[in-house]
Design a protein around this ligand. Sequence first.
Ligand code: HEM
Length: 413
Amino acid sequence: MTRSGLRGVSRRRLLGWTGAGAALAGAGAVAGFAAGESASDAPPDPSGGVVPFRGPYQAGIVTPAQDRLHFVALDLTTTDRRAVISLLQRWTTAAERMTAGAEAAPGGAVNRNPEAPPSDTGEALGLPAAALTITFGIGGSLLDKLGIPRPPELADLPPFQQDQLDPALSGGDLCLQACANDPQVAVHAVRNLVRTGFGTTSVRWSQLGFGRTSSTSTAQQTHRNLFGFKDGTNNLKAEEGALLDEHVWVPPPQGPSWMVGGTYLVARRIRMHVETWDRTSLAEQESLTGRTKGEGAPIGQAQEFDLPNLAPDSPIGPDAHIRLASAQNNGGAKILRRGYNFVDGSDGLGHLNAGLFFVAFMRDPHRQFVPMQSQLARFDKMMEYIDHTGSAVFAVPPGLGDGAYWGRTVLEG
Ligand code: HEM
């Protein structure tokens, strides 16, 4: 199955299948594929292929971090629970189709009634699935609006020293995190889901990201953030099952039952004053971070994955970022970071509006993110170069079994 030199499942090919009225969603098959064919039959796709949509955990958490992000937070424009359920059902169907490389809905961009708006916006026609994942999250404000008790883990984050939060870049009743190896595929996914939500949700804020700043698998090389440092070296990795159970996935006794196997997502939009950073000496940059810039080794060590020496008399200073954020300094707490770089144009004052869109997954933001960020906000000298301008927390329920839709266990009990 080859299209435009790309091997893999292309949206155009799927358009043909669905346009021909092919049977959809058979046992084990993915909606949008013809009977007897599935994403796994496709030869490898250089852009990453198809990531399974259903499974015990939602995709886009321990999935090896893709190169691009489009994240959107939405607010409900209704409190009618049936309307919300209907939307989540339609979202799930569309998301499953798009992650398989299909168009958002049957008929698609060009094969329907020419008198009606197309059921897909069209900009991903001919593109492969590109490892698209769409991760769904629920904000505490949605539960408040629908009269559902908030898990304590979903309580609002406390204010931190030096926060510069813009309400227009914070919060949200729902979130969708689309990650893919092609930015157009990620944007197409969010755009079509936003479109499907018209009348039930409206966009509150949205963020594009590139150049993943975290590796989430030992198979991935560590990329660099916009300060030029490797980011994600000492991150939790997909292969570390016991650590993920301990720090990321909600275990049965924690509850509520609809969150068991789920996790919590903390998003922080962090503006980085790259111009000031670029006028800082290399020695100072390394000392602030606690790692060397080239290799990414902890100061005093030689290799990237050498263990940092955090003894009080070690060359890693008391206010180095990696010391303050370390598990040793935070009661053993670890988080799974999955952030992206961003450049949102310029600020009108001669500076790039650049930074890190920090995304992290954890069992309990209040026991993991909050102590870490409290330490960083008070003592991290890197704070002189950054501003936290947006903040949000979402409950990310577990993955979906066959036939289930996003949020069913939350809304239907
Ligand atoms: C623009 C802001 C930030 C920058 C530029 C940044 C950069 C870095 C870099 C270069 C490392 C070392 C490589 C690594 O192990 O990943 C690191 C480590 C880390 N960062 Fe950040 N970071 C930022 C914000 C944050 C925030 C907000 C948190 C959490 C509240 C955080 C938590 C961590 C943790 C847990 C580590 C690993 C520490 C360890 O070695 O145990 N970072 N960060």
